[in-house]
Design a protein around this ligand. Structure first.
Ligand SMILES: C[S@@+](CC[C@H](N)C(=O)[O-])C[C@H]1O[C@@H](n2cnc3c(N)ncnc32)[C@H](O)[C@@H]1O
Length: 281
């Protein structure tokens, strides 16, 4: 199955509305996210002990329903593993304290509207046929830089390998001829300081918006767990080391491929909306 097709114009690829059209590859083919997310799965596995210990610090709620949100869930199956970990850990915790009772779980899978939610729910329904740790599930299409839930309703929110996506390309880097113009480059690796600063400014604002929205939505005493890539403070490179830089697709080869597409006409320009934050941010 292909990802939902939204009308894509050249302007969409260059403008601040890029986040409406970019998405993980849907379906379950060879190039789908489902079959190409081992790296993210490994990051989740490595962080699982920290997730579990942070869940154990949760304030114990008297609410009979525990609501979990995965912000930037993509199409599966990493999101299911994460939600399972949350449900199992909390079920055990509540069983120890309250003897289980009639506790129920509701999981919200959240991503941009362009995400292949059909794939996600198909995989989920197959999984839930054979799964004991059942929960009620819903999809939420929207940006995690905006409010997604009513005030004080979410007990656990997780966001894994997603917050390096900014809400938009900083407008300044698209202003042709300005000091901050990124001269048609696709990204900030190797770009001049003004461009990196514009991306950093956008990333600071976005993180602030993200936290303000969660502050409204979360129940007091809940857990917000965020996993995102980082780089050493003060490093101007988006990559930790030379080796990673050589392997990353958005190096010279990819820039050249985009340049060819731009020269051939379908796109006016292309820029990425990602920024790997330094630890100091
Ligand atoms: C690399 S995937 C990670 C998916 C999953 N969390 C995992 O660990 O496998 C990042 C996801 O974040 C989503 N995303 C990016 N920006 C977003 C935003 N502003 N609001 C909601 N989701 C967003 C993308 O669409 C994508 O599905």
């Amino acid at each position: 199955m292909e990802s939902p097709s939204l009308p894509v114009t050249a302007k969409d690829w260059t403008s601040t509305s890029l986040h409406r059209v970019l998405c993980m590859q849907g379906g379950e083919g060879d190039v789908s996210y489902v079959n190409n997310s081992d790296c993210q799965a490994l990051a989740i596995t490595l962080c699982k002990p920290i997730l579990i210990s942070s869940l154990q610090s949760i304030k114990l709620f008297t609410s009979p329903i525990i609501r979990i949100a995965d912000l930037g869930c993509a199409t599966g199956s990493n999101t299911f593993d994460t939600v399972d970990t949350v449900v199992e850990t909390l079920r055990q915790l509540f069983t120890t304290v309250y003897g289980g009772g009639s506790l129920e779980f509701e999981a919200f899978f959240c991503d941009l509207p362009s995400n292949d939610f059909n794939m996600l729910f198909r995989l989920l329904s197959e999984k839930q046929k054979v799964d004991s740790s059942k929960y009620f599930a819903g999809g939420v299409a929207g940006s995690f830089y905006d409010r997604l839930f009513p005030r004080g309703t979410i007990h656990v929110a997780v966001s894994l390998s997603a917050l390096h996506w900014l809400s938009q390309i900083p407008e300044k880097v698209l202003e042709k001829g300005s000091r901050t113009w990124n001269k048609g480059r696709t990204w900030i690796e190797g770009a001049k300081k003004e461009v990196v600063d514009a991306y950093t400014e956008q990333s600071d604002k976005d993180l602030d918006d993200f936290l303000k929205c969660r502050k409204e939505e979360m129940v007091e005493g809940g857990v917000l767990f965020v996993l995102m890539g980082g780089r050493p403070s003060g490093s101007s490179s988006q990559f930790g080391d030379q080796d990673t830089r050589a392997k990353h697709p958005f190096t010279t080869t990819m820039e050249q491929a985009w340049q060819d597409l731009i020269d051939e006409g379908p796109f006016l320009a292309f820029a990425l909306i990602n920024l790997v934050r330094g630890f100091d941010r």
